[in-house]
Design a protein around this ligand. Structure first.
Ligand SMILES: *[C@@H]1O[C@H](CO)[C@@H](O)[C@H](O)[C@H]1NC(C)=O
Ligand SMILES: *[C@@H]1O[C@H](CO)[C@@H](O)[C@H](O)[C@H]1NC(C)=O
Ligand SMILES: [Mg+2]
Length: 372
């Protein structure tokens, strides 16, 4: 049962960009077992590969620096043409608050399941990642939400860390992009499948290697002021929020010089962060599917998953929802971005308003049922 060899060797670009075809058998194992190696693979084109900002042998440093600039909000000043872009983008990805009634209509007769990214979705993006606190009001809203719907936090951070920020035992937590999933620990939620057990750790064999690389990265990036290396257990993050733009090149060189010794790790880029992860075919989309399965919604047509996130890594989950034709994704962004989400919200405060409206709607509909 310990078949965890879902690793893709990175000796060639084609292999490095192999992605798993959604394969429901991955998720049909009992909760405690790691998923079996997925059967089918498709290759994505090199163009998409670069677009998706996977970084390894093939991608140039310049392409990476460009993409780091592009994902940095300071470069999204409102010029008139961007305002036009924004208008048409908003037509395609309307505000989830404005579309609230339509969303509720679409969910009629189905079980809503909530999936929430943490950074930039529930908490504001801040300079110091250790201080990415969410508001008291957000926590209170989440607590109410978890009473109404099964609710999972899906984060790139390690599970312990994201738990320290959220501190609600009634939620599901999928840390390290879903490589580390745990169910609710105690009361407050009637959705308690998994009872606090670790549900899934598909990458545990990588832990010693990741610790080693963490130490090396700290050593190697010491000379770049502002660089911050974070050990997220299954994923290492090198934050460049506080690094001067002219030093980004140097920082990437340093990071690449470390990970080139580790073909089983790969480098990707998020919002103001470089991330080093095992080349395991596991992402927030897989985590979403795994959680739906754990909750007993494997092949249900009457489930309505809602995923809210702000980052590229959330796109994997948006895409899964599109493919399944179930529920939808909501991208948190103030600016037009290429996305597979259906709706948008501008910032964590709007996320909170949206969650609050869901809670009120649920409480009202329960009230109606009770009075019939
Ligand atoms: C879900 O559907 C797939 C294919 O449609 C099937 O192979 C699988 O056995 C089903 N799983 C469950 C738990 O019913
Ligand atoms: C959206 O999904 C399509 C089809 O799977 C994919 O080609 C595209 O890259 C995705 N967009 C983003 C931003 O991930
Ligand atoms: Mg985020």
């Amino acid at each position: 049962m310990t078949n965890q060899n879902v690793v893709v060797p990175e000796s060639t670009i084609n292999l490095a960009i192999t992605v798993a075809v959604a394969n429901s058998s991955i998720f049909s194992t009992a909760a405690q077992k790691p998923p079996a190696a997925p059967g089918g693979y498709i290759s994505i084109s090199r163009k998409n590969f670069l677009k998706n900002l996977e970084i390894n042998g093939g991608a140039t440093i310049n392409a990476l620096v460009d993409s780091m600039r592009a994902s940095s909000p300071t470069h999204h000043k409102s010029t008139p043409s961007l305002v036009d872009d924004q208008t048409s983008w908003m037509d395609q990805h309307p505000s989830a608050l404005e579309m609230f009634e339509q969303i509720i209509d679409a969910s009629k007769g189905k079980q809503i399941v909530m999936f929430l990214d943490y950074d930039g979705t529930l908490s504001p993006i801040v300079e110091d990642p250790d201080r990415a606190f969410m508001s008291k009001k957000m926590r209170a809203t989440l607590r109410k939400l978890a009473r109404c719907f099964p609710t999972a936090i899906v984060s790139g951070r390690c599970r312990d860390k994201v738990y320290k920020f959220v501190r609600l035992a009634e939620l599901y937590y999928a840390g390290s992009h879903g490589m580390d999933i745990r169910g609710p620990v105690k009361g407050g939620s009637k959705y308690k499948k998994g009872g606090g057990a670790v549900l899934c750790q598909p990458a545990s064999e990588f832990l010693p290697m990741i610790d080693e690389v963490y130490k090396e990265l700290i050593e190697r990036t010491k000379s770049t002021p502002g660089a911050k290396v974070e050990n997220n257990k299954f994923c290492l993050s090198v934050h460049f929020r506080c690094v001067e733009e002219k030093k980004w090149d140097e920082l990437i060189q340093q990071v690449k010089s470390v990970i080139k010794e580790y073909p089983k790790l790969r480098l990707t880029q998020g919002r103001k962060v470089l991330e080093i992860r095992p080349t395991i075919k596991w992402d927030k989309g897989k985590a979403l599917e795994f959680l739906l399965e754990s909750l007993g919604f494997a092949n249900c047509s009457d489930v309505f998953p809602v995923y809210i996130g702000d980052d590229r890594t959330d796109e994997d989950a948006f895409k899964i929802l599109r493919e399944r034709g179930q529920g939808f994704g909501i991208l948190v962004s103030k600016f037009p971005k290429d996305t597979n989400a259906s709706y948008s919200l501008q910032e964590p405060n709007e996320v909170m308003d949206f969650l609050q409206r869901l809670v009120e709607w649920k409480q009202m509909s329960l009230g109606e049922e009770a009075s019939v």
